[in-house]
Write a protein that binds this ligand. Structure first.
Ligand code: RTP
Ligand code: MG
Length: 139
């Protein structure tokens, strides 16, 4: 994956709350091009693998349970400075701290159920994109 790409998921809370369309609309209106897109559901095993870096954190088991509790939307997005630009658009991890108009400010339920994921580095964006998408699923 090139350095102008990031990976995102619309998490089970935002899918269940009916926000897929609104969130994709914000993403595209803010200049992100959709490179890959998938509606799917993580098994607990897959969710555990995806969040393996947080394995020792106290919230890990709850995070894995939540992320496998319902369908998600996974996507690869492209824009200049994609990682930083996307994290700015989603807002702080805790919606109580998320700036006005950010996706988490608008749609997150709580710090644990916070509507969207955004990669934190170019390296992780590539790893996370490869976790969900083959070369034939990117355009
Ligand atoms: P993400 O990876 O999902 O984009 O979120 P992030 O970078 O803003 O936050 P990170 O520190 O990577 O944490 C990953 C996800 O774990 C859940 N979390 N729960 N209950 C808690 O205190 C807590 N802290 C983190 C959130 O779902 C967070 O997005
Ligand atoms: Mg993170």
């Amino acid at each position: 994956m090139k350095n102008n790409r990031t990976f995102t998921m619309i998490k089970p809370d935002a899918v269940a709350d009916g926000h897929i369309g609104a969130i994709l609309d914000i993403i595209t209106k803010n200049g992100f091009k959709i490179v890959a897109l998938k509606y799917t559901k993580l098994s607990a095993e897959k969710a555990g693998q995806f969040y393996e870096v947080h394995k020792e954190r106290p919230f890990y088991n709850g995070l894995v349970e939540f992320m496998s509790s319902g369908p998600i939307v996974a996507a690869i997005l492209e824009k200049d400075n994609a990682i930083a630009e996307f994290r700015k658009l989603i807002g702080a991890t805790n919606p109580a701290d998320a700036a006005e108009g950010t996706i988490r400010n608008l749609y997150a339920r709580s710090i644990g159920e916070n509507a969207v994921h955004g990669s934190d580095s170019d390296e992780n964006a590539e790893i996370e994109g490869n976790f969900f998408f083959s070369a034939f699923e990117r355009f």
